[in-house]
Write a protein that binds this ligand. Structure first.
Ligand code: GDP
Length: 137
């Protein structure tokens, strides 16, 4: 079993897509191990995306991610990191494969509906950023 960290981003929550995305998560065989609504501050978003500091889209991205509530999740499945990235699809919804969440629910490269950790080290950092050990038992 493996765990990964996921976000239903503010664009998807605002468009009332939370239920549909949670349905796709469970329907794809993930167990939701922890979940809550979180309205990030700008500083929270900057800390989370610290690896992207210096990128041209950093300011817009952190503004967007702190613009409204999102849903943060710990997901568990065999090969969860790769499996969740596959279900999300490519970063840019226009390039994402049919049937992926970003293709279906994303509206731009920035407002792309979901986030997912890209490696075991980032999953560990991101899960720890939002959840206490006690939440993840
Ligand atoms: P991910 O791992 O697929 O989420 O992609 P990245 O780690 O490269 O980027 C993180 C997030 O930044 C993406 O999910 C988008 O929300 C946003 N992003 C990525 N590239 C761009 C871009 O070129 N322009 C803007 N405005 N946002 C971007």
């Amino acid at each position: 079993m493996e765990r990964t960290f996921a976000i239903i981003k503010p664009d998807a929550v605002e468009r009332r897509l939370t239920g549909q995305i949670l349905g796709r998560i469970e329907g794809s065989g993930f167990t939701i191990r922890a979940m809550r609504f979180e309205h990030l501050t700008r500083a929270d978003a900057e800390g989370f995306y610290a690896v992207h500091r210096g990128r041209p889209f950093f300011r817009a991205l952190t503004e967007f991610m702190s613009s409204g509530p999102c849903v943060v999740l710990a997901l568990e499945a065999p090969d969860a990191i790769r499996k969740w990235r596959d279900l999300m699809g490519a970063t840019d919804p226009a390039k994402a494969a049919p049937g992926t969440l970003r293709k279906e629910f994303g509206s731009s490269i920035e407002r792309n509906a979901t986030h997912g950790s890209d490696a075991p080290e980032t999953a560990a950092f991101e899960l720890g950023y939002f959840f206490r050990g006690m939440d993840l038992i």
